[in-house]
Design a protein around this ligand. Structure first.
Ligand code: B3K
Ligand code: ZN
Length: 872
């Protein structure tokens, strides 16, 4: 397979002035005719005429009305063309019904839909399928189906046809078409300049009652983007469609967002609080793309983070504003560590802006998305909120209608702030997670020196530090281990937010941003009377691994007193990690009781947000512990991690036994179900309490909750506890749940997933294998596949079972799926990325399974690239 390099970018030879498409829909023989007006690109160096096209049956083609015979290859076609502007017309035939890859035009439960990003428009017709070719589209759809949608505004419709026109020029990856027997949940939105926009969520008839929440989320997103970024919507209509078979969450096609039904449909009875929050965030994310992605798109796919990093950053700001900012930040860091850190520290590590690829779909990664968003957060921290706002205004003004680059993006910040961002740009080109070592030094009060004026003059400074002459110095050393293709790393710009606390808990130095640019750098604080306690990397101000072994006393102090909610949570996390590490390295050691006592105090503090307390309670997961051990040069033993973690949870439940009823009562929700932050937080804490109670009463309380819950959040958390702690009856509850929900695909996905993710390590592979034999298992549906085989990989100890049963089962199914759906298969291969963490026996087992996948005849380019990189 061919490798594409960023450095080889050349501008397109031909630009497109406008596009007319006609679709005559038929399941196995859809005819697509295109009429495209090409003009020479004055900026191009070559004139070669090449159109992408894959898996197309070419019926005819014409240039300026004359029939031509192009040279066709599996990748596209070339043709002799005039020197000046001309009109290209082509007719092709495609087969949506047999398209199981879910890329291009395909069918899902009787409806037609499309997915073109990144490079699948070429499976619909011949076209320059690259994001720097932008054009207005007019689309005519012909079919018997009642609803026919495309991008832009509706122009006209009649019996059996509909026409759409999108006046905004766009790249082909934003093209979309939907046709089906659909019903809509309608609404409207009046934009800041007073324009009325029609809004619709289109679903299959049985799903109409699951649209209201998504619609509210859409309206909130539209309003928020006006208020916070000054961005107004720009068409008369905005459509969202829910599709059951979809490779990812959703897609931001201009004016016609297509969603995995799991990312838009919700009702209290069938969706959890986490589902609601995710739906709100994805709807916002896709909507925000209208400006960051669609109006300003990417010059080429190497610039993917330009739209994805920024849009993730924007949707996280939105969620922080709609819900709780500290809770959102902590959840994002948990996610970053779970998904991005292992990626950045393993064989798949790549820069936020990759420099080469074989299959671009393999680069829709946590690094491009989540680290890409972290980079924007750092930039904002460094320049300040006000300069960030001005830079964004300039970005929208300067680049509206452009296919832009990271250079363009950074330039607006340089122009607005006069900063030189050359070094900062390393965040885009250098892969790997920086390690940050910290040492501290305290120079006590020196009587011969006059007291520090700054602090003495500061009326906010606590009394006991006034007049001090002591100096506290923090020395940081940054180091990024080598990553594939990048041996030597240069120092990065690290914004390090620190606060200093006095031993009685007052903040003597409020949050201050230190700007580290050297490999080793010191920062001093003077005018102090006593050695302060540092609160480091507040808000997780840079995506690094902090290497500092603080004492247990210091961590306990921060857990009790830190004024920054992130570092306070981090102290609790560090204590949990230290306790588990202690038990793992010395089996005679049990859980750290002092920590558990201290944590109990904080968790009982009713002044604190229940959602935040739930986060304080959550122990690092088994995968995170494996990663932590690996970072410390210890080979993780999955079984030992599992049993140690369980022992911790058990000890805590027993220790806190007397407090559980009171906690449960405190978080009980009596008001009607609402999926908002307040109620969800209480239910999250409630679920943690229920887990502890279930360890003690063997599922008695959980059974009651399972029977009486009026919402999926509580029904599912109860079922999880019953599977975990009531081995005798769990089969019955699992059956009851199935009987209750067998007609709801999204709930049955949960049912599949829970049985695998909650299975004991010795049973997980069998549970997954058994479910693949269930009549409702559907290899072609990515949600169901992930719910079954993806869930196995999430069951850390089950997946890594020493006999290799987990690896073999997953590899078997990946080999089967590759023939049908390369993209989902390739994505799932990443569960093997951390294989070198483990012992030699497990490594050998994983290697042989990866080699088995690699040896599959006709292996897709997607999977070949992934397995090749993982094994390299
Ligand atoms: N832009 C799409 C992702 C497309 C993935 C293609 N393999 C969804 C999003 O990020 O909003
Ligand atoms: Zn996106």
């Amino acid at each position: 397979p061919q490798t594409i390099y960023l450095k080889d970018y050349t501008p397109p030879a031909w630009l497109v002035e406008d596009v007319h498409l006609t679709f005559r829909l038929a399941p196995r023989a859809t005819r697509v005719t295109s009429r495209v007006r090409f003009v020479p690109n004055p900026e191009a160096t070559a004139r070669e005429f090449f159109l992408h096209g894959e898996e197309l049956k070419l019926i005819s083609c014409h240039i300026d009305g004359r029939s031509v015979t192009p040279e066709v290859t599996p990748e596209g076609l070339t043709c002799d063309v005039p020197d000046g502007p001309f009109t290209w017309e082509a007719e092709v035939e495609i087969s949506p019904e047999t398209n199981t890859a879910l890329e291009g035009l395909y069918m899902s439960s009787g409806m037609y839909c499309t997915q073109c990003e990144a490079e699948s428009f070429r499976k619909i017709t011949y076209y320059p399928d690259r994001p720097d070719v932008m054009a207005p589209f007019t689309v005519r759809i012909e079919s018997d189906l009642p609803v026919m949608l495309s991008n832009g505004n509706p122009v006209a419709q009649g019996q059996g046809w509909a026409e759409w026109h999108d006046p905004w020029k766009k790249p082909s990856y934003l093209f979309a078409l939907v046709a089906g027997n659909l019903v809509n949940h309608p609404d409207s939105f009046t934009t800041m300049s007073g324009r009325e926009v029609e809004l619709n969520i289109w679903v299959r008839p049985g799903d109409l009652h699951k649209c209201a929440f998504g619609m509210e989320a859409l309206k909130k997103s539209m309003k928020w983007d006006e208020e916070v970024y000054g961005r107004e919507y720009d068409l008369d209509i905005f459509n969202i469609v829910a599709v059951d078979d979809f490779n990812m969450g959703a897609m931001e096609n201009k004016g016609l967002n297509i969603f995995n039904s799991s990312a838009v449909l919700a009702s209290p009875e069938t969706s959890t609080d986490a589902n609601f929050e995710r739906i709100e965030a994805i709807i916002a994310h896709e909507y925000f793309h209208n400006w960051t992605g669609n109006r300003i798109t990417c010059r080429d796919w190497f610039q993917l983070c330009l739209k994805e990093g920024l849009t993730v950053y924007r949707d996280s700001q939105f969620t922080s504003d709609m819900r709780s900012a500290p809770v959102k930040r902590i959840s994002d860091v948990i996610d970053l560590r779970a998904r991005q850190f292992p990626e950045d520290q393993g064989p798949l590590s790549h820069p936020v802006r990759p420099e080469s690829f074989q299959e671009i779909n393999n680069f829709y990664t946590a690094t491009v998305y989540e680290k890409g968003a972290e980079v924007i957060g750092m930039l904002k921290r460094l320049v300040g909120d006000e300069a960030y706002a001005r830079a964004l205004d300039l970005y929208f003004e300067r680049h509206d209608g452009d296919a832009a680059t990271i250079e363009d993006w950074l330039k607006v910040f340089e122009d607005v702030t006069d900063r030189d961002l050359t070094q900062f740009k390393r965040w885009y080109s250098q892969s790997g997670t920086p390690r940050l070592k910290v040492t501290e030094e305290w120079t006590p009060a020196d009587a011969s020196r006059p007291p520090s004026r700054d602090l003495a003059a500061n009326p906010e400074a606590p009394d006991q530090v006034r007049g001090g002459t002591g100096t506290y110095t923090l020395t940081f050393e940054q180091h990024t281990p080598p990553t594939p293709g990048q041996r030597d790393k240069a120092p990065q710009v690290l914004p390090i937010a620190v606060g200093l606390l006095t031993p009685n808990g007052d903040e003597v130095v409020p949050t201050t941003l230190l700007e580290m640019t050297e490999a080793k750098q010191s920062f001093s604080f003077d005018g102090l009377t006593r050695k302060p306690v540092p609160s480091l990397l507040r808000g997780f101000s840079a995506p690094v691994v902090l290497e500092r072994e603080a004492s247990r006393e210091e961590r306990l102090f921060l857990l009790a007193h830190d004024t920054d909610s992130f570092t306070r949570w981090e102290a609790s996390r560090d204590l949990a990690r230290a306790s588990m590490l202690g038990a793992l390295t010395d089996p005679s050691k049990g859980p750290d009781r002092t920590w558990l006592e201290a944590l109990r105090g904080v968790v009982r503090d009713t002044e604190l947000d229940p959602a935040y307390r739930a986060l304080l309670l959550a122990l690092p997961g088994e995968n995170e512990m494996a990663q932590t051990l690996h970072e410390r040069g210890i080979t993780p033993d999955p079984e030992a991690i599992h049993s140690t973690r369980q022992a911790h949870l058990q000890a805590r439940a027993e220790l806190w036994q007397a407090n559980l009823p009171i906690l449960a009562e405190e978080v009980a929700v009596t008001a009607p179900y609402r999926p908002d932050a307040e109620q969800s937080g209480k239910r999250a804490l409630g679920a943690a309490v229920l887990d502890m109670q279930s360890r003690i009463d063997w599922g008695k309380t959980a059974a009651r909750q399972f029977e009486t819950a009026d919402n999926m959040t509580q029904q599912l958390s109860a079922l999880a506890c019953l599977i975990r702690y009531d081995a005798k009856n769990s089969a019955r509850y699992i059956r009851d749940f199935y009987d209750q929900w067998k007609d709801d695909r999204l709930v049955i996905d949960k049912w599949f997933m829970l049985q695998v993710s909650e299975a004991t390590p010795d049973r997980a592979a069998e549970a997954a294998e058994g479910l693949t034999q269930h009549p409702d298992f559907d290899l072609k549906n990515p949600n169901r596949f992930r719910a079954t085989l993806g869930a196995l990989a999430m069951n850390h100890a089950g997946f890594h079972r020493a006999d290799g049963a987990g690896y073999a089962l997953l590899a078997d199914w990946l080999i089967r799926l590759d023939t049908l759906n390369p993209q989902t298969t390739a994505r799932m291969c990443s569960v093997f990325q951390a294989w070198r963490r483990y012992d030699a026996d497990r490594q050998a087992l994983i290697r042989s399974n990866l080699e088995r996948i690699a040896a599959k005849p006709d292996l897709s380019r997607d999977v070949a690239e992934m397995v090749g990189r993982i094994l390299a």
